[in-house]
Ligand binder design. Structure first.
Ligand SMILES: [Zn+2]
Length: 544
């Protein structure tokens, strides 16, 4: 039954329930104010939600008696939103980030080195010292760091990832173990040199050259469970992981089947020729907790490390256009295979040249298919997109964006792009309009903080956590609260082909809810980061 129960039916039904011994429902959330989207507007309805087998079994008007259940929670008018979904993140990496040297917010390279020194002293057990989060754009000296200061801290390899994951700085031990020298070359990557020697900085594909110990299975399980705890705490009821190798996907599946991991995940397979052969032969994997039917590709790097592929040179490096991470021929043949097999293709594209290439490559591969399948191929980030390419979104080519990237990058992006290209960047409203009025939203955690409230602040007010700029950044591309919430729920579900299952509070959908005591419409933008959900439900179970 898809409609809300009528009072008459409910009356009869209530009598029936009263006479029977076992309650009809597993759980009831009484006196809920549920959020409903109508087009681009948001309204609330007072109801009781009845759950059975992890799903919404009935939505009963609040004026009617509370249905009986094994377990009743009185929400006393709390605001119930469809469970928040992060449509682009790195779930395993979030857990791993918790066990690495945190370099986010450092003000200098010397401060990074100090934190590494402290970590080495505190963690004698680790085999590889990993850190992440440095950003030379935040330092007084904006030059790339060099590894000299790391040498002598430890006899273990040290690998420190830049905030965007598109560059690392490592010590000489890591370079030597990986046989990386001044003579090493790789397509789509750079090994930075000074006085003819590697400085320790590896950009984009050069990171693949590192040969240092992978985390163990036990460590990965710990990472996944830590990521789950943090996500639930923040109100997430689903995450799209933007690229994992097959081994990690199978580990997740086995943990979920054993009940040891209970976060619904939509996992993109990290592409490689072997992964394509394996999964296209095997077919998609679908359970109540996991969906695998897409591949993640990279077409370019990131803007901060000047790896994003631009159509005209960088404003602050005139001989440089960025890096193409994959050969176009390879991407084309992969696109043809995926279109034919009915898989979703999701490609990282930051620069306007990468976006131009991928949008057009998608359109060609999709239109070549006689049978017009609804494949929803995603352009991940769609960060700098020329106006003539922006309007090509829609009709099966979907922009997938992360609003906090706009407010994290806004202070230095003009250095890279120049003022003339800024209006083409972080243009979420324009992209949403081109895509027929929907857009999935994510954070790209751990590159950004996983808190979905930060996404709401960045998307609606276009302001950073500290409130700057007061007038908002390029607010012509701000989203409304309703558009933003829809992007984190209904649209995120749709980007994963799960709109018949989640993303709205509707009979038959999973009982996934993010619940606040306050109406999110009533919160001023700068109070959003201090607001957190009071309850979180996933597949019918209360988790917070
Ligand atoms: Zn990502």
């Amino acid at each position: 039954m898809k409609a809300v129960y009528s009072p008459l039916l409910l009356g009869i039904f209530g009598l029936f329930v009263a006479c029977s011994t076992a309650p009809e429902f597993d759980a009831v959330l009484a006196n809920a104010r549920i959020a409903e989207f109508h087009g681009d507007s948001l309204s609330y309805q007072s109801v009781h939600l009845a759950l059975r087998d992890g799903r919404i079994a009935a939505v009963v008007p609040a004026a009617v008696a509370v249905p009986s259940a094994n377990d009743t929670t009185d929400l006393s008018g709390s605001f119930v939103y469809p469970g928040f979904i992060d449509a682009h993140a790195h779930f395993l990496a979030l857990g791993q980030a918790l066990e690495t040297v945190d370099l986010v917010g450092t003000r200098s390279w010397a401060e990074c080195v100090d934190r590494v020194r402290q970590y080495v002293a505190d963690h004698p057990e680790v085999a590889v010292v990993r850190g992440r989060g440095w950003d030379q754009n935040d330092w007084a000296n904006k030059a790339w760091p060099t590894s000299h200061a790391l040498d002598g801290l430890t006899d273990k390899p040290i690998v420190l990832s830049r905030i965007d994951g598109h560059a690392v700085v490592c010590n000489q031990i890591a370079l030597t173990q990986s046989e990386i020298t001044a003579a090493t070359r790789i397509d789509g990557g750079e090994i930075l040199l000074a006085a003819g020697k590697p400085t320790g900085v590896l950009v984009d594909n050069a990171e693949i050259l590192l040969r240092i110990a992978e985390p163990s299975r036990e460590e990965k399980i710990r990472y996944l469970q830590a990521a789950e705890r943090w996500c639930v705490e923040l109100g997430l009821t689903g995450v799209h992981d933007a690229g994992l190798p097959t081994g990690d996907i199978m580990l997740i599946d086995s943990l979920q089947r054993a009940g040891a991991l209970r976060m619904p995940l939509y996992v993109m397979v990290a592409e490689s020729p072997e992964a394509l052969d394996h999964w296209l032969d095997r077919g998609p994997l679908e359970t109540d907790w996991l969906s695998v039917r897409s591949f993640k590709f990279y077409s370019d790097g990131a803007l901060g490390s000047r790896g994003a592929l631009l159509r005209a040179p960088y404003h602050d490096r005139h001989d440089h256009f960025g890096l193409a991470l994959r050969d176009t021929k390879y991407l084309k043949s992969a696109a043809d295979r995926l279109a034919k097999a009915g898989w979703q293709m999701n490609t990282h594209a930051i620069g306007d040249s990468a976006n131009h290439l991928i949008i057009n490559l998608y359109r060609e591969a999709l239109s070549a298919r006689a049978a017009k399948k609804d494949l929803r191929w995603r352009v991940e980030h769609a960060q700098v997109v020329s106006p003539e390419d922006q309007i090509l979104f829609g009709k099966g080519v979907v922009p997938s964006v992360q609003p906090t990237h706009a407010t994290s990058d806004m202070d230095w992006a003009p250095d890279r792009l120049g003022a003339h290209r800024m209006p083409h960047a972080y243009a979420y409203r324009a992209l949403r309009e081109a895509n027929d009025g929907w857009i999935p939203l994510g954070t790209d955690f751990p590159i950004e903080h996983p808190n979905p409230m930060y996404t709401i602040l960045a998307a609606t007010a276009r302001r950073a956590l500290d409130g700057h700029p007061a007038e908002g950044f390029q607010t012509e591309n701000a989203l409304t609260l309703a558009q933003t919430l829809k992007g984190m729920t209904t649209d995120a579900a749709r980007a994963a082909f799960q709109e018949s299952d989640r993303g709205e509070i509707r009979i038959g959908n999973w009982a996934d809810f993010t619940i606040f005591e306050v109406n999110l419409n009533d919160i001023t933008p700068l109070a959003l980061p201090q607001t957190s959900p009071t309850q979180v439900w996933i597949h019918g179970a209360r988790r917070k």
